[in-house]
Design a protein around this ligand. Structure first.
Ligand code: FAD
Length: 393
């Protein structure tokens, strides 16, 4: 693909972050091209939780109805102790919650969300280029040139959205993904194949079972037709420094002491695939000339707060707002404002995600204290939750 006039924005990577940005920019009138390495725009994995800080943006973009039609609005976010099965605390995701944050909590299949975003991009006139691997970017005075497996793409701005293992992040930092030593298994099965009836009281809850060095999350997807499970544990083989770690035998051992509900949950997992969990340390430089970072390429985080994709959607909202307000004559200032606005918030969320994981995974007296604090919490206490979900000026 060789072009004479530069595209306004070339987006490198067509995951949830890349497509959210592409859609927002194209809707604001920019010409946008998305280069995606995979042969099609698709997502592996299962469920995705979308908190109101993201669904509020989807509503503003006119996409929330489609997301709600494909997803589920869970009733509660319920925490249980993974060992004894007792309830610890919950967050009601009801009308009070939705009123407070001006948007609902939604869970959706990743591939459904990606499809909704891809269709929206097409409607908005984004040029979608699958099967296109980005190699590098050469910046210049009038345009940047993206070099890919399909040729050269000229752009006034290049948005780097190539995820956790980002190649283009090397321009900004020589850091590497940091392995947490934890690994995730996922599974999504039709409800009728669960082999048991779901308890109607809790069947639409997001249930998080927190245990020593392990946790299990379950919630329904696709209008309740599918049940989604994620199991995460610390690998002893990783701690011993072994190359091959986190295998299915470690999965079973990690949850052996857990409640019957949790052990039952393991039967819904795909055992032939697993996701070792990485993040990176925050960096505060996201812009270099015409090149700018977004999504996991900018701020990969451990998934305990379920905010990675939500933050990519926030990025898209703010970047488009800044570029639109500034206009082309002041694009460099717009990028700097985006960077200032987004780096502080996402760094805080990256760090908090690690701490939140530590709180989930404690054992011994730490676990007893956590459970006691969780049990005493008023379900309507939004002290910490506002920081993530509330409307910010
Ligand atoms: P990615 O999804 O990684 O997309 C990057 C894209 O770039 C890919 O399509 C890739 O093929 C492409 N690419 C890579 N290199 C190149 C190249 N050189 N050229 C062209 N294309 C390239 N977040 C939430 O908000 N809620 C949740 O509930 C949640 N749960 C999670 C559970 C687990 C187990 C995990 C691991 C993560 C979870 N996350 C969640 C985080 C979320 O999945 C990510 O933050 C989000 O998918 C990041 O999107 P992205 O587009 O930035 O990156």
């Amino acid at each position: 693909v060789t072009m004479n006039a530069p595209t306004d924005v070339v987006v490198a990577g067509g995951g949830i972050g890349g497509l959210a940005n592409a859609f927002a920019l194209a809707s604001a009138g920019f010409t946008v091209q998305v280069l995606e390495r995979a042969p099609e725009f698709a997502e592996v994995g299962a469920g995705l939780q979308m908190a109101p800080n993201a669904t509020r943006v989807l509503a503003e973009w006119g996409l929330l109805d489609e997301v709600l039609a494909a997803g589920v609005r869970p009733r509660r976010l319920l925490f249980k102790d993974a060992l004894d099965g007792s309830e610890l605390t919950h967050l009601a995701l009801d009308e009070d919650f939705t009123g407070r944050y001006h948007a609902p909590y939604v869970v959706i299949h990743r591939s459904d969300l990606l499809e909704i975003l891809a269709r929206a991009c097409e409607r908005a006139g984004v040029e979608m280029v699958p099967g296109c691997e980005v190699h590098d970017v050469v910046d210049g005075p009038d345009a940047a040139v993206v070099r890919s497996s399909l040729g050269r793409h000229r752009a006034r701005l290049v948005l780097v959205a190539d995820g956790l293992h980002s190649r283009l992040r090397a321009r900004f930092s020589d850091d590497e993904p940091v392995c947490s030593g934890y690994v995730a298994y996922r599974g999504a099965v039709p409800v009728e194949r669960l082999g048991r009836a779901l308890d109607p009281e809790t069947s639409s809850d997001v249930v998080v079972h927190v245990g020593p060095g392990c946790h299990l999350v379950q919630y329904p997807l696709r209008r309740g037709e599918i049940y989604n499970t994620v199991a995460v544990f610390r690998s002893p083989a990783h701690e011993r420094g072994e190359e091959d770690w986190g295998g299915p035998e470690e999965l079973d051992a990690a949850f052996a002491w857990c409640s019957p509900d949790v052990r039952e949950g393991l039967t819904s997992l795909w055992r032939d695939r697993r996701w070792p969990m990485y993040d990176r340390l925050p960096i505060d430089n996201w812009t270099d000339g015409r090149v700018v970072l977004t999504g996991d390429a900018a701020h990969p985080m451990l998934q305990y707060l379920a905010q990675g994709a939500c933050q990519a959607i926030e990025d898209a909202y703010h970047l488009t707002a800044e570029l639109t307000a500034a206009g082309w004559s002041r694009w460099a200032e717009a990028l700097k404002r985006y960077e200032a606005e987004r780096t502080a918030r996402t760094a805080w969320i990256q760090e908090t995600a690690r701490t939140w994981g530590d709180i989930w995974h404690v054992d011994g007296v730490g676990r007893l204290l956590r459970n006691e604090l969780f049990r005493r919490r008023d379900p309507r206490d939004y002290t910490y939750i506002d920081e993530f979900y509330a409307v910010r000026s």
